[in-house]
Design a protein around this ligand. Structure first.
Ligand code: PLP
Length: 375
């Protein structure tokens, strides 16, 4: 008999999600207004700490789109973007007819390379236009080189949009991801560390910015008695049911981080002292990853397609790493700075099951496949 499927990163309920959803039903706030939204935002602001103003939205992608709007990105503007990421980081640049400029990763955090970033800024300035924003990512939960990147951002006075879609609970030098950017975003998509089915937040640094985000997210209605509109808005607000799920999920966040990090320890035990597989791990104690996904790089003659197939035969889901944007049909005509380290990682990498509900039996099945391949 076929064993049950082990998913890469499935949703994991278990707190008070249903209670908060029931509250919404009982009070008839089946709406984009209601106490779950207010409370979810308040709890996240408390968690992230002072000078974090949270706007709850329908997705992380919407949050990136609004972040670009808040920075007045327009037709023809340059926006610098990490190439090694999920496509949702970059797409909002095209929504606004702006021009993405892609930057490669460095090998310690797999995130934006400071040297390539500076090169890309100089290129834009030579074209006569300073970039409007730098979009950094904390891939698979690993914080980017915050000090180095922020220093360049300050030097050239270009704001940072921090895509921490995957990095809720991760820290750099003890400070939480989501608090570094001039604007930051987090996603609650079904595959992320906590979920609202679909959803995300924009984190800004002032009540004015938060109000501006809320204004744009709710169709940009002018302050008039009638329906008056002076600029383009969106229908991007999170709803009160999703926020109810979020409230329940957030209460279990610390436990979920602990479980993801235990998954990483588990993989570390298997691959330690092995020449064929390298587990992607924090370079030093400045970097605290939530290890949203545990990822490996295959070496020597190991081939990712073959290993993925072996897992698949055992009904275990694995995934390739994000394919960098500069290698995507949609984006390959745009400028790219770096040496294609991200492409090399993509070629050799695999994401392993990292759910917070992995049982010991699941672990044993995963271990067996891995051990067979690397000995
Ligand atoms: C998931 C994700 C997004 C998009 O978030 P959604 O909530 O799915 O729109 C953006 N960037 C990265 C790096 C992601 O992993």
């Amino acid at each position: 008999m076929k064993e049950e499927k082990i998913w890469l990163s499935p949703p994991h309920m278990g707190g008070n999600e249903l209670k908060y959803i029931k509250d919404a039903f009982d009070t008839n706030w089946i709406s984009q207004y209601g106490s779950n939204i207010d409370e979810f935002e308040r709890s996240l602001e408390h968690y992230l700490g002072k000078t974090s103003y949270v706007t709850a939205l329908s997705s992380g992608t919407a949050a990136i789109h609004l972040a670009l709007r808040l920075l007045n990105v327009e037709d023809g503007d340059f926006v610098i973007c990490q190439s090694f990421t999920f496509v949702a980081t970059a797409n909002p640049i095209l929504y606004l007819n702006a021009v993405p400029v892609f930057v490669d990763s460095e090998n310690q955090t797999w995130n934006m390379c400071p040297d390539a970033l500076e090169e890309s800024i100089k290129y834009c300035i030579r074209q006569g236009k300073k970039p409007k924003a730098i979009i950094t990512v904390s891939l698979y939960g690993m914080p980017f080189k915050v000090d180095e990147i922020l220093q360049i951002s300050r030097k050239y006075e270009i704001p940072v949009i921090e895509d921490s879609a995957e990095a809720l609970g991760s820290k750099y030098k003890g400070q939480l991801c989501g608090t570094f950017g001039d604007l930051s975003i987090i996603s609650f998509n079904g595959n992320k560390i906590i979920t609202t089915a679909g959803g995300g937040i924009l984190i800004s640094r002032s009540p004015d910015a938060k109000n501006r985000a809320l204004f744009l997210a709710t169709q940009a209605k002018d302050n008039e008695e009638f329906y008056s509109h002076s600029e383009v808005g969106y229908n991007y607000r999170m709803d009160n049911i999703a926020a109810g799920i979020g409230r329940g999920q957030l209460e279990t966040l610390e436990k979920k981080i602990e479980q993801r990090r235990k998954n990483h320890d588990f993989y570390q035990q298997i691959v330690k002292n092995n020449d064929h597989i390298e587990l992607f791990s924090a370079p030093d104690s400045d970097f605290y990853s939530n290890y949203w996904l545990s990822t490996i790089i295959l070496k020597n003659n190991l081939v990712k397609e073959k290993l993925k197939e072996k897992f698949s035969q055992n009904n275990i889901e694995t995934r390739y790493l994000w394919k960098p944007m500069h290698l995507q049909p949609l984006y390959k005509r745009y400028k790219f700075f770096g040496n294609n380290l991200s492409g090399t990682l993509f070629d050799a990498g695999l994401c392993l099951p990292s759910g917070t509900n992995l049982t010991d039996h699941c672990r044993a099945r995963i271990s067996e496949v891995l051990q067979n391949e690397i000995h």
